[in-house]
Design a protein around this ligand. Structure first.
Ligand code: OOG
Ligand code: MG
Length: 262
């Protein structure tokens, strides 16, 4: 059962306002228990259109729940995608205002910057790497708009997969020289290592997560634009942060990136 466009727009406004006003809300499936995955993506599309009307540019896309660590942590079993707005981007090493977020968590990720556009169906990791201009170490700050970070799959898709902020490193690396499966990843908080992982934690290879994203977009008549930044999904579990925390991600062969919460 598909929701009327009016309801889709209302739910997108609810999530938009929750983010703007920094207050959590009950998950939308409480009021709409039969919400389908397709309708959840329609709400996400409406949220994106709403933000674009407010002057936000879509600078890329993100995959989510691509690792077993995250799927387990969140109690779900299918990858999902969301969009990255220009208002989500943070400069390498910059400060993030914690008071503008509800209950932020950080994740270590690998970012792909695309030279060429990618379109499904049947996108392969080899095609992804051929279209990639560079790889960058990344930190995603997620901030579910739902109470206690508790949600189900349709609710988190509608909420743009908890996207809030992201930072990428300033030194680009060509995808040629790097083995994305075995590369080691360390997430540090206040100088202490809090999570470790390897690229293969993301669906066996982060390039596969990007290929899967291309096919998921294709199924909805969309594609990845040239110049997009793509976050391929958390390699480790997400770690809660607060004002005063300093976070850094170090990735073998890709260098590091960081941000501070103030
Ligand atoms: C959903 C977003 C997950 C990732 O990298 O797995 C995500 C959430 O856990 O709130 O961004
Ligand atoms: Mg993420």
């Amino acid at each position: 059962m598909s929701l009327p466009q009016e309801t889709i727009a209302q739910l997108a406004t609810l999530l938009h306002d929750a983010e703007r006003d920094v207050r959590d809300t009950v998950k939308i499936t409480d009021a709409h228990p039969g919400l389908s995955i397709e309708d959840a993506y329609r709400i996400q599309d409406a949220l994106r259109a709403h933000k674009q009307a407010c002057g936000v540019r879509c600078v890329g896309m993100k995959m989510g729940l691509t690792s077993f660590a995250k799927m387990q942590q969140m109690g779900v079993d299918t990858p999902i995608y969301g969009f990255l707005g220009s208002d989500n981007a943070v400069d390498d090493g910059a400060a993030v205002e914690a008071a503008a977020l509800i209950h932020p968590k950080v994740e270590a990720e690998i970012a792909f910057v695309l030279r060429d556009a990618l379109q499904g169906p049947g996108c392969t990791p080899a095609q992804v790497l051929a279209a990639t201009q560079c790889l960058l170490p990344a930190i995603e700050v997620i901030d579910s708009r739902y109470e206690n970070f508790r949600f189900d799959l349709p609710s988190v898709i509608a909420d743009n997969t908890s996207a809030a902020r992201y930072v990428v490193g300033s030194r680009p690396t060509s995808p040629q020289g790097i083995d994305l499966e075995t590369t080691g990843v360390v997430l540090e908080k206040n100088g202490q290592v809090v999570e470790v992982g390897a690229g293969a934690a993301v669906l066996g290879n982060p390039a596969l997560a990007v290929a899967m994203l291309v096919d998921m977009l294709h199924a909805r008549g969309q594609s990845l634009l040239a110049g997009s930044v793509v976050l391929s999904g958390a390699i480790t579990a997400a770690v809660a942060v607060e004002a005063g925390d300093d976070v850094r991600v170090r990735i073998d062969g890709l260098g590091s990136t960081g941000l501070r919460f103030v």
